[in-house]
Design a protein around this ligand. Structure first.
Ligand code: PRP
Length: 211
């Protein structure tokens, strides 16, 4: 029996590249897919249902099983630590997580502060370095923090490096490379294994072609 597969797609930056990859893998996605405010899009002829989620929420939908599959950045997976399987590195939306700050500055000796959207990743990183820091959670425009004196350092995504450059920040350490991954709910993977294997096979062909 063929069940519908529900795929959680991240809205925003990754979306276009992820949709391109699905199309290259042969999935017929309707034009409304690219330009719609709809949050659920059924693609009946492919047996797929897409939910359009905030990128950081994708692993949550997949962990709870309301989406079978999801596309999520490695940054989000490291931060969220959800109970999902990572099936495939899609090798899209490449970027990395880094420690940055104002040039020529040291961390405060007494009370070093680090601003980030990734409190768990940042906490773990500085713990491994043997440094105790106060983490300040922000939700965006992280580069502001050192400039206006909220923190000594930031931990943030660097893609082109333009945001850091234009705001006069420099990179101090590179933490980890990031690409988008295909993730799956463990129970879905047992129940819908044929459909999911088919999706993975089709996607891995186009991923490796792009090597
Ligand atoms: C991300 C990230 C950096 C920027 C990096 O922010 O947090 O600020 O992109 O990209 P770049 O190296 O190409 O400049 P995003 O645009 O997602 O917005 P945010 O500030 O709201 O997090």
């Amino acid at each position: 029996m063929n069940n519908v597969l529900t795929i959680a797609m991240p809205k925003g930056r990754i979306f276009e590249e992820a949709a391109d990859l699905l199309r290259k893998a042969g999935y017929q996605l309707p034009p409304e897919f690219d330009d719609s405010r709809k949050l659920i899009i059924e693609v009946e002829n492919e047996g797929l249902r897409f939910i359009l989620a905030k990128p950081t929420d994708v692993p949550t939908y997949v962990e709870h099983g309301v989406a079978d599959i999801g596309i999520a950045g490695k940054d989000v997976l490291l931060e969220e630590e959800r109970d999902v399987y990572e099936l495939l590195d899609l090798r899209i939306s490449a970027c990395y997580l880094a420690v940055a700050g104002l040039p020529g500055t040291k961390m405060n000796d007494v009370a070093p502060r680090v601003a980030t959207k990734y409190p768990n990743v940042a906490e773990a990183y500085f713990r491994e370095q043997g440094e105790q820091v106060e983490i300040i959670k922000l939700n965006g425009s992280i580069e502001l923090a050192p400039i206006i004196g909220l923190s000594d350092r930031i931990v943030d995504i660097v893609s082109t490096g333009r945001t850091m450059r234009e705001n006069g920040l420099v990179e101090y350490e590179r933490i980890v490379d990031v690409t988008s991954r295909l993730i799956v709910n463990p129970v879905s993977y047992r129940i819908k294994d044929n459909q999911i294997d088919d999706l993975v096979t089709r996607l891995s062909k186009v991923v490796s072609v792009e090597d």
